[in-house]
Write a protein that binds this ligand. Structure first.
Ligand code: ADP
Ligand code: MG
Length: 245
C-alpha cells in the first residue's frame, strides 16, 4: 500500500533567547491509504507542533517529512466565519483558491445533500449546534478533495454526548469518502474508538513510545460496546502513564 505521509527521524526544538525547548525527538511514522491513525499524548507534548510541521506551516526542523497527499484540516475550534452563511462558509476554500467553478460548486452541494446540510445552507453558524458546526467544518474541508485529513483535537470543546455522536459522524464520513486521517488527541477512548492504529507520545522531549494496532473495523459507537474495549483502554492508560513520567 502507498504511504500518504512518511516522517523519518524528525527533531524539533523551539529556540529562544531565554530557553530552548526540545519538543520532538526522533519521530518516525507513516500513514497509508484508507488508514485512520491517532497520535495520543498528554497536553503540551508537541502534537500541534507536529501537525504544523506536516502541513508546512513550520519548516524549522531536522529530519524528513514526505507528504504526497492533498491535506485537509479540522481543528478544535471549527473556525467558521460568523458573518457568512453555511453555504458561503462551505465554499470559502474554493473562493480563496479561485476555483469556485460550477463543477466544484455542484460537488459542494452534492456533499451538503449527502450529509444532511441542505436545509441549513442559508442559515448562519450562530444558529447551529456545536456538533453541526463541526460537521460543516468537515464538509468545508472535503469540498477541496483532500486524501489525508489532519484533525487537531477536533472534539475536545464539545460536551460528552455531542462528542460521541460527532465522532460517529466524522468516522462514517471519512470511511464513505475513502480518505485517510491523522487524529491528534489526548482522549484515550476517542483514539480507540476512531482509529486503526494508535501511536503513543511521551512528555517532552516527545518521542513515539509504542504503536498499538486496534483490532476493530466497526464504527466508534459499536466499538465502545466490544468486550475488548476496556482492556485496550487499560493498556493504553498504563502506556500513557509510563510515557508521561
Ligand atoms: P500539544 O499540541 O501536544 O498540546 P504543542 O505542540 O502545542 O503541544 O506544544 C508543545 C510544547 O512546545 C509546549 O511545551 C509548548 O509550550 C511549546 N511551544 C509551542 N509553541 C511554541 C513556540 N512558538 N515557541 C516556544 N515554545 C513553544
Ligand atoms: Mg495542541
Amino acid at each position: 500500500m502507498e504511504n500518504l505521509l512518511t516522517i523519518s527521524s524528525l527533531n524539533k526544538t523551539y529556540f529562544s533567547k531565554k530557553k530552548d525547548v526540545e519538543v520532538l525527538k526522533n519521530i518516525s511514522l507513516s500513514i497509508k491509504d484508507n488508514e485512520i491513525v491517532s497520535l495520543l499524548g498528554p497536553s503540551g507534548c508537541g502534537k500541534s507542533t507536529l501537525l504544523n510541521i506536516i502541513s508546512s506551516l513550520d519548516k524549522d526542523y531536522e529530519g524528513q517529512v514526505d507528504c504526497t497527499s492533498k491535506l485537509g484540516y479540522m481543528f478544535q475550534n471549527d473556525t467558521l466565519l460568523e458573518y457568512l452563511n453555511i453555504f458561503d462558509n462551505i465554499t470559502l476554500g474554493l473562493k480563496i483558491k479561485k476555483i469556485k467553478t460550477k463543477e466544484n460548486i455542484d460537488y459542494a452541494l452534492s456533499l451538503c445533500k449527502k450529509y444532511g446540510l441542505e436545509k441549513f445552507l442559508y442559515l448562519y453558524p450562530a444558529s447551529l449546534s456545536g456538533g453541526m458546526r463541526q460537521r460543516v467544518s468537515l464538509i468545508r474541508t472535503l469540498v477541496l478533495k483532500p486524501s489525508l485529513l489532519l484533525l487537531d483535537e477536533p472534539f475536545s470543546r464539545l460536551d460528552a454526548q455531542t462528542r460521541l455522536l460527532i465522532q460517529e459522524d466524522v468516522y462514517q464520513i471519512i470511511k464513505k469518502e475513502g480518505i485517510s486521517a491523522l487524529i491528534v488527541t489526548h482522549d484515550i477512548e476517542e483514539a480507540i474508538a476512531m482509529s486503526n492504529r494508535i501511536l503513543f507520545m511521551s512528555s517532552l522531549p516527545s518521542s513515539i513510545t509504542k504503536e498499538l494496532q486496534i483490532p476493530f473495523h466497526n464504527s466508534p459507537l459499536k466499538r465502545r460496546k466490544e468486550k475488548e474495549f476496556s482492556s485496550l483502554f487499560s493498556s493504553s492508560f498504563n502506556e500513557l502513564k509510563n510515557a508521561s513520567k
